[in-house]
Ligand binder design. Structure first.
Ligand code: ADP
Ligand code: MN
Length: 548
């Protein structure tokens, strides 16, 4: 490896992008912390391949830091990150130089994070360039070539920005279908010849192995054996290499975990960015706070802003449902979506994160169907990945109470019951849906009527377990109202028949349940044999899935 490093290398390639236009000292608004980046810019000349210190930005100078963490996480940052994403993450050196936020006239580099990321990216790029040179040097004219492909730094912004820009509103195209990753084949041995004899030259090969050790991930401590005339046998080298690989993967995994998990109360950085974008775009005025933290979602309240398009009106108050990206809870919910024919084909191809987006999408579609049928429910404003914005049921930041928390007069209670009976029928017949989590927890009392919420798990009645879900819903509803003193309330079996239009005659729960399951099985068999559902199941034909 070239001990001089890239700073002195004559073929070091184009200078760092920011050098052309940006000088670090005259920045107004630059904090002390950004100044540290300058120091590290000089340090970039360090020999690549030599393990970098964990914090390349040096020790923090606490005396003159002028911005708090809150500032760093401000809307400004969001704006910058947004710009950055939109610029496809500095794909070109030129693009960086002309980036709207780092030109001389428009110096808005108050975000340390931004600078740090830019520098890191630059560093990584130079590191890769050096890696390529190193690769070339080692391989030379030899017919046996070694690839350092796996040690390249693929910057996160280079890799996933395109996916991030998918417009999740238009789901007629299949946004979930994972693009096949194009992998560069790892170069193995190419050709044979007299050069291959080196393979058997233990001394040369041992030295080469030692040198190659330098190209393990920088975090991987290889000791100073490189400076000595150390000869590593192939066996030892391979074992070390294997270990270095797995270490690198492990740390990448840990990083992934941290990035993508949504903490109990807060949201992960990516979600925060999504929310900030909505505020920056003016679509939301302010996000005021959290209404609810459930197992599967966090719901926020926000004041609506202005819509970019004339035809769409943003409600004055919005609820933002963020589907949690921690996967544990969703594992139990596979059955709702896996067997839903609308999503079936896509399900198997997806990674868990995308499955969570599918929940959000499902809730959006279901709400839209309900809206079209005139069922009181939140109105969808926008869907972005795993974040669903809808109208807020409630007023002045106070969410409408759940049916379980409100004490209704017996008159209202009766009114609520008949309204729900009606809604369940509409849901089944007009929306072709079964709520599948209907209870006093997911019904809000607002404006003197019941509003249905939380429909991400709702399925069509022909779902292999759809009727069971409906029966469970009926049990919850009829129990609630019978306990609540509504004498007219049907029992769960009567309610089931009233909603579904089926006529199951069993007079006890066990038999009733058995008949339901038999019906479901019959339908499944029918689907297997005829490729379509039984006619008794479909209401007025299947509504088209994506024409909402
Ligand atoms: P979860 O799956 O976590 O139960 P929900 O959709 O039921 O998700 O939302 C959780 C809570 O957030 C609800 O019980 C309700 O209090 C509140 N909430 C959700 N959506 C709205 C909305 N559109 N308007 C007002 N409050 C809402
Ligand atoms: Mn709920």
């Amino acid at each position: 490896m070239d001990p001089v490093g890239i700073a002195a290398a004559p073929d070091a390639g184009p200078g760092p992008a920011w050098q052309s236009k940006v000088s670090f000292t005259p920045f107004n608004g630059l904090t002390a912390a950004s100044g540290r980046c300058q120091a590290s810019a000089a340090a970039r000349g360090a020999v690549p391949g030599v393990p970098r210190p964990p914090c390349p930005w040096g020790a923090p100078n606490t005396t003159s830091i002028s911005c708090s963490l809150a500032d760093v996480m401000s809307e400004q940052l969001a704006k910058e990150l947004q710009l950055e994403e939109e610029n496809a993450a500095f794909p070109e050196v030129a693009a960086v130089a002309e980036g709207p936020f780092i030109t001389g006239e428009n110096i808005d580099t108050s975000s340390d994070l931004m600078l740090a990321q830019m520098l890191q990216m630059e560093f990584d790029r130079e590191y890769d360039a050096q890696l390529r040179r190193e690769e070339k040097k080692i391989n030379g004219d030899s017919k046996v070539s070694i690839s350092f492909e796996n040690y390249r730094k693929v910057h996160p912004y280079d890799s996933d920005s395109s996916e991030d820009e998918v417009d999740w509103q238009d789901t007629r195209h299949d946004p979930y279908r994972a693009d096949k990753p194009t992998t560069t084949p790892r170069k193995g041995f190419i050709g044979k010849g007299k050069d291959i004899t080196t393979k058997h030259d233990e001394v040369v090969c041992g030295r080469k192995n030692t040198a190659r050790m330098e190209n393990f991930a920088p975090e991987f401590q290889v000791g100073d054996g490189i400076g000595m005339d150390l000869k590593l046998s192939n066996q030892v080298f391979n074992a070390l290499k294997q270990h270095a690989y797995s270490e690198e993967r492990r740390s990448a995994r840990l990083h992934e975990k941290k990035e993508h998990s949504t903490a109990e109360k807060a949201v992960d950085p990516k979600t925060r960015l999504l929310l900030y974008k909505m505020v920056n775009a003016g679509m939301l005025e302010t996000i005021t706070g959290c209404i609810s933290t459930g197992k599967e979602s966090v719901v926020f309240h926000a004041y609506g802003g202005k819509s970019a398009t004339e035809d769409k009106v943003i409600p004055p108050e919005c609820a933002i449902k963020v589907f949690k990206t921690t996967l544990n809870e969703f594992k139990n919910r596979d059955k709702y979506i896996k067997d839903d024919y609308r999503f079936k084909d896509r399900f198997s191809k997806l990674n868990p994160r995308k499955i969570i987006r599918m929940w959000a999408e499902k809730e959006m579609h279901n709400l839209t169907r309900m809206q079209n049928a005139g069922i009181p429910c939140p109105q969808v404003v926008i869907l972005k990945k795993h974040v669903l914005v809808m109208s807020f049921i409630g007023q002045d930041q106070v969410p409408a109470p759940k049916l379980k928390d409100v004490t209704l007069s017996s008159e209202d209670m009766k009114k609520a019951y008949y309204q729900i009976l009606n809604m369940m029928q509409q849901l089944y017949k007009e929306c072709n849906l079964v709520h599948a989590d209907l209870s006093e927890y997911n019904m809000l009392w607002h404006d003197g009527k019941v509003w249905l919420i939380d429909v991400s798990q709702s399925v069509e009645p022909t779902h292999p377990h759809g009727l069971e879900f409906l029966f469970r819903d009926c049990k919850n509803v009829s129990q609630f109202f019978q306990k609540g003193g509504v004498a007219e309330a049907l029992n769960e079996r009567e309610l089931f028949n009233a909603v579904s239009g089926l006529n199951i005659t069993a007079d006890n729960e066990v038999d009733f349940q058995a008949e339901i399951e038999a019906l479901e099985k019959m339908n499944e068999d029918h689907v297997q044999n005829h490729g379509k559902k039984l006619s008794m199941f479909s209401s007025d034909g299947d509504p088209p899935i994506y024409d909402e």
